[in-house]
Ligand binder design. Structure first.
Ligand code: SF4
Length: 338
């Protein structure tokens, strides 16, 4: 267990201020995510350092396509989640509380040591929602930054502003950010984060120098109407700008949601709409075809970064990240490993 600073006293109860759920907790009760508890009028993290999975993975799998392309990040996760998407692809980790007795404790410096031994360039909090492991992840990131690693997260973007500041101050460099759908999908399912809160957080992180790539999982029957797709893409542009990469991902049935996988027609509709609206870097993920995973120069259309599932296989840029054909400056953060 670890004491937490982000809470406020509310009479005999306390309110957790780690994520936008802001759970109100009576003595001895756990929050929605199963990681934070009211213990003696203080907020404690009962899942601190209880790790469900850890391994070295390519940065492209996050997906982050414009951040240290071709590098690998030591990736780790805990248990639980602060939301309950019915189609969760990682429900075997996100729907289990740390108190279940699975996983084992790994100290923050040990995670960084694993990354060193694996020869990775970065660290990544992923698989379940990192926001609910705020203290642990901040600790890993602080150690990682001192040792020269980059720090990234795959997240639903639902932190409070205080928690987000803490993560950025600890050394957060990039986020692969899920935008779960439009307002209609949010109202219908209630189990996904408010898209406006997520977008505001993303815009704020961007303003503080964090690299962001949006991921829109297009789920059959949930957020795949033309209106919903257009709304998500329009908001991506409004809040994050056309230079921020957008990943349009195919859903596959999982957990409690069994509609058929997203049709290629729907994915292509979203892909083309995003390009028509001027988004510079658009991708389709979770499909067999690799041509939608390449980075094309927004100016001349040349394939400047070529990928296969999910690794970088070729870079055709100058040493200043300019297209080798027309000289257009391609948005890439960090060194390219190919
Ligand atoms: S981090 Fe957990 S306990 Fe805290 S507000 Fe979010 S869901 Fe509730």
């Amino acid at each position: 267990m670890r004491d937490v600073v982000f809470y406020e006293e509310m009479g005999p109860k306390i309110r957790c201020l780690v994520c936008i759920r802001r759970c109100l907790l009576s003595e001895g009760s756990l929050g929605y995510c199963g990681n934070y508890m009211n213990s003696g009028g203080k907020l404690v993290n009962v899942g601190y350092g209880i790790i469900s999975a850890h391994e070295s993975r390519p940065i492209e799998i996050k997906p982050l396509f414009h951040f240290y392309p071709g590098s690998t990040a030591y990736t780790f996760s805990g248990f639980g989640c602060n939301f309950a998407c019915p189609w969760c692809q990682n429900h075997h980790l996100s729907k289990i509380y740390p108190s279940a007795g699975l996983g084992h404790y790994i100290a923050p410096n040990a995670i960084v040591r694993y990354a060193e031994l694996a020869g990775d360039q970065g660290l990544c909090a992923s698989f379940n929602e990192p926001a609910i492991h705020l203290e642990y992840i901040s600790g890993v990131f602080e150690i990682g930054r001192k040792k020269g690693f980059y720090n990234v997260m795959v997240s639903n973007g639902s932190y409070t502003r205080e928690a987000l500041d803490r993560l950025i101050d600890s050394g957060l460099d990039a986020v692969s950010l899920d935008i779960k759908g439009c307002v209609e999908a949010y109202r219908r399912f209630q189990a996904i984060p408010d898209p406006f809160e997520v977008l505001k957080n993303a815009r704020y992180a961007l303003s503080r120098g964090v690299h962001i790539e949006s991921v829109f999982l297009v789920v059959t029957g949930a957020n795949d109407s033309p209106e919903c797709i257009k709304w998500v893409i329009d908001k991506h542009i409004e809040y994050l700008g056309v230079e921020t990469p957008l990943h349009i991902n195919r859903y596959h049935p999982a957990y409690r949601y069994w509609e058929k996988p997203t049709s290629m027609e729907t994915l292509l509709f979203a892909y083309r709409y995003a390009l028509e609206r001027g988004v510079h870097y658009v991708y389709i993920g979770n499909i067999l075809e690799t041509r939608y995973m390449h980075t094309y120069c927004p100016s001349c259309g040349h394939a400047v970064l070529k990928r296969s599932h999910y690794g970088l296989i070729k870079a055709d840029l100058t040493d200043r990240n300019r297209c080798s054909k027309c000289g257009y400056r391609i948005r890439v953060v960090g060194k390219i490993y190919v």
